[in-house]
Design a protein around this ligand. Sequence first.
Ligand SMILES: [Zn+2]
Length: 81
Amino acid sequence: MHCTHCGGEDLEAGVIAEEPHGRAGWQLDKWYSGPPTTTKWMGVLTDAWRRRSGTATVHRCRACGHLDAFVAEVTDPPQDY
Ligand SMILES: [Zn+2]
């Protein structure tokens, strides 16, 4: 694996996370198929429950800071909606 920006090979793996309310832990941001559909007033993804999704692993280039994101496993949405 190498940085697609500078060609460097010193990539550091991580994930995108969002600080939740409370101390339970950090919610990982997931990747969702399809274009964003957001409500005008809240700016949230309203139909995430019926999209394919997966946790994004993000690799940061130590040389230039560029991020490359990968979603290795994608899960189908539940069929009982
Ligand atoms: Zn780089």
